[in-house]
Design a protein around this ligand. Structure first.
Ligand code: KG4
Ligand code: ZN
Length: 339
């Protein structure tokens, strides 16, 4: 009988302290996420120092809970995987040091995972990835189109030249006076309105798969200022809907074009903004029309979690990737292929 392989995943790159046990890279046995949203809300965003302190308080409890829920002990595991970067350096270090200590104490291999590879591999927890595939990665720090020809191979074909999609959502939310984290709030507001303000779309050069969201963000700010100067009243739902229509249209059109050009077997979406209802609907409809299978994880696996780190870590473990105890937090870590 084939032996099952259990991997521990740890994620602390931003404002979630998370640990998870995943079986054979595809099955979640336990997934614990301790969110700092309530504590960070009053500051209107993530304060790095506070994030680190809260991770310190939570990390050992969260790891223990992941093991308890899975009814496993450390000797049942084959590896410890942890987000190595990108992210807040102080936050990353809490997870990395916990992973190092756990791996050392239990004589387990240690593997550092790229946070975005984790987001991509969240898909592996809901369906089999078939190659070549196109991944649209949209999070608070990233907006990228990546072609994967096999496991662990990432070819970047487009990225944002300024703000990430999630960053634009959070900034527009702040302009509209919505609480942190703004993305889900703008999404909700946008869904309430069929009508949207006509904001610009940044298509860039004809053949480019790059993105730009800073012009759109400025257009929203200018619209608000102009209306205020004229003494007019702003319809927040119209602003949210117009902003969302612009973001979603550009993301959808470029994703469909790339999927055609690279003749991919499937398209996957990953990252916090992949939780966006408007984007999910638009990509589903556009790719269905093209006859290209489209997958997006459930919302709880789009936002930060540790199961996705264990899923990516499992593929790295199978490929023989290992880190030693000199691993450090890498805030600007590039997404590199391991195969
Ligand atoms: O992947 P993630 O949880 O953390 C990073 O790796 O950055 O993404 C967080 C980002 C935030 O900017 C948040 O506002 C955005 O994802 N987000 C959304 C939605 N849910 C989360 N943006 C738009 N619509 C949503 N429903
Ligand atoms: Zn993330």
């Amino acid at each position: 009988m084939k032996k099952d392989h259990y991997i521990l995943g740890i994620e602390t790159s931003c404002d979630e302290t998370a640990a998870s046990i995943v079986k054979n890279g595809t099955e979640i046995i336990s997934s614990i996420v301790s969110s700092q949203i309530q504590q960070q809300k009053k500051f209107g965003g993530v304060v790095p120092e506070i994030a680190s302190r809260l991770h310190v308080e939570q990390i050992t409890l969260v790891i223990q809970e992941a093991l308890n829920e899975a009814k496993l002990v450390p000797s049942d595991l084959v590896a410890v995987t942890v987000t190595e970067g990108p992210g807040l350096v102080g936050a990353l270090l809490i997870g990395i040091n916990a992973a190092k200590a756990f791996a050392f104490a239990n004589q387990l291999p240690l593997i550092g995972v790229h946070h975005i590879a984790g987001h991509v591999y969240a898909n592996q927890l809901i369906h089999e990835m078939e190659f070549p595939l196109l991944a649209l990665i949209v999070s608070g720090g990233h907006t990228e189109l990546v072609v994967m020809k096999s496991h662990g191979s990432f070819e970047l074909i487009g990225e944002t030249r300024d703000d990430a999609a999630g960053e634009a959502y959070d900034k527009v939310a702040r302009v509209l006076g919505l609480p942190y984290p703004g993305g889900p709030q703008v999404d909700q507001l946008a869904l309430m309105s069929d009508e949207g303000i006509d904001f610009p779309r940044a298509w860039l050069e004809k053949d480019s798969y790059d993105f730009s969201f800073s012009g759109l963000k400025s257009a929203v700010i200018n619209y608000k200022h102009n209306m205020e100067q004229k003494g007019g009243k702003i319809n927040h739902a119209h602003v949210a809907a117009g902003f969302q229509q612009s973001v979603v249209e550009v993301l959808t059109v470029k994703t469909v074009k790339a999927a055609r050009e690279y003749d991919v077997k499937q398209v996957i979406a990953a990252g916090g903004v992949a939780a966006n209802q408007g984007l999910r609907k638009s990509l589903t409809a556009a790719l269905e029309k093209e006859g290209i299978p489209f997958y997006v994880p459930p919302i709880s696996l789009c936002t930060d979690n540790a199961a996705m780190i264990a899923a990516a870590g499992y593929e790295m473990w199978k490929s023989g990737v290992r880190n030693d105890s000199s691993m450090n937090g890498r805030p600007g870590m590039p997404l590199k292929s391991w195969n």
